[in-house]
Design a protein around this ligand. Structure first.
Ligand code: PMP
Length: 340
């Protein structure tokens, strides 16, 4: 949007570029495009839903001037909400878990939000979980609104109204496969609903983590607690079924390991110039794992949810990778010592 002038930062949300993947998967017969969501002002796709959840709450009268926005967020949704809150004059309190990168939490604090860190390894109904703490704060703080991105359908509606139509227009209706790392399910369900309304033959592939319930639930209809165990991938997979996931719109879920996603994310930075977040590597890794199902006429669009800056001390750090067995040897850093 060259030469366009905006009244405030919220107007710059959306209309992100679709960029072709040229070097990785060069053997894959299909054309692969990435919807690069770090071009949003908060550097992630979640700006779209942050604004939409706030606007819908205002319309319903759930959020009143000077109110407090509460949310459980791994960082990206908080960022989107914080931007909306700054422009619209609300206070933010975010509950998050101790698995999230420090950079994400520091960014939220930089935008004026309060952040409450809760333990990861507790069940969602445990009083210490970040869901329970958000619920409690919402009850205690007058004039507060808990967004609850998991069950708040404004989440997927934001994608039905923006992400889906953008992809349809950008591919001129040629998209055949839609690949989406899935957490709350808002991105995949909202965008897929719009895309399948245009062309019901579009295949929708969700990307899931090992340690998450989605794939098994899709395949069997059973919520299997044995599927739940700790993993390091951030932003995707769940230990509950959010209301935003519409399983009927999703053709299959593909699981990607923590290691494969991390290694692929680093390749995307170095081989495509896409300095993206951890879940983005899971998207391209899923395409690689499923490439036998693709032909030369296929046009794949995958969502790259966020920017890599939030993961510099994690997947982009050689020591972090080696400690987890994701990398056998780091790159040598040469220290030039001046000879006397
Ligand atoms: N990747 C990242 C980095 C995220 O923050 C999220 C949101 N949890 C997702 C993927 C999944 O998106 P959604 O919640 O819309 O399913």
């Amino acid at each position: 949007m060259a030469n366009k002038v905006y009244d405030d930062i919220l107007q710059t949300i959306g209309d992100t570029p679709l960029v072709r993947i040229n070097n990785i998967l060069s053997d894959c017969p299909a054309t692969i495009y990435a919807k690069v969501e770090y071009f949003n002002p908060g550097h992630s796709i979640k700006d779209r839903i942050g604004l939409r959840m706030v606007e819908d709450a205002e319309k319903r009268g759930d959020l009143k001037p000077g109110g407090t926005i509460i949310e459980c967020t791994s960082g990206n949704t908080g960022m989107g909400l914080a931007l909306a809150a700054i422009i619209k004059g609300y206070h933010c309190i975010f509950t998050t878990n101790d698995k999230q990168s420090k950079e994400k939490l520091d960014v939220l604090r930089a935008l004026g939000a309060e952040v409450v860190v809760c333990p990861t390894e507790v069940a969602p109904d445990d009083p210490r979980s970040y869901y329970s703490v958000a619920e409690k704060l919402n009850k205690e703080i007058p004039n507060s609104y808990w967004c609850n991105q998991y069950d708040n359908l404004s989440n997927r509606e934001a994608h039905y109204d923006s992400t889906g139509p953008e992809i349809w227009d950008q591919t001129e209706g040629k998209i055949t496969h839609f690949v989406v790392p899935t957490g709350t399910g808002g991105t995949i369900s909202g965008s897929a609903k719009y895309l399948k309304e245009q062309n019901p033959d579009i295949k929708v592939w969700g990307v899931d983590a090992y340690g998450s319930v989605f794939k098994k639930y899709k395949e069997t209809g059973v919520f299997d607690e044995k599927e739940i165990y700790p993993y390091v991938l951030e932003g995707i997979g769940e230990d509950l079924i959010p209301a935003n996931v519409d399983f009927d719109l999703i053709d299959l879920f593909e699981k990607v390991t923590d290691k494969d996603a991390a290694v692929m994310t680093r390749r995307m930075a170095r081989e495509e110039g896409l300095l993206v977040g951890y879940s983005s590597g899971s998207a391209l890794q899923a395409v690689l794992q499923l490439q036998d199902q693709l032909t030369k006429d296929d046009v794949v669009v995958m969502i790259l949810h966020d920017h890599g800056s939030r993961y510099i001390n994690k997947i982009y750090n050689d020591n972090w990778m080696m400690e987890r067995g994701f990398l056998s040897r780091g790159r040598t850093i040469r220290h030039i010592v001046e000879a006397k």
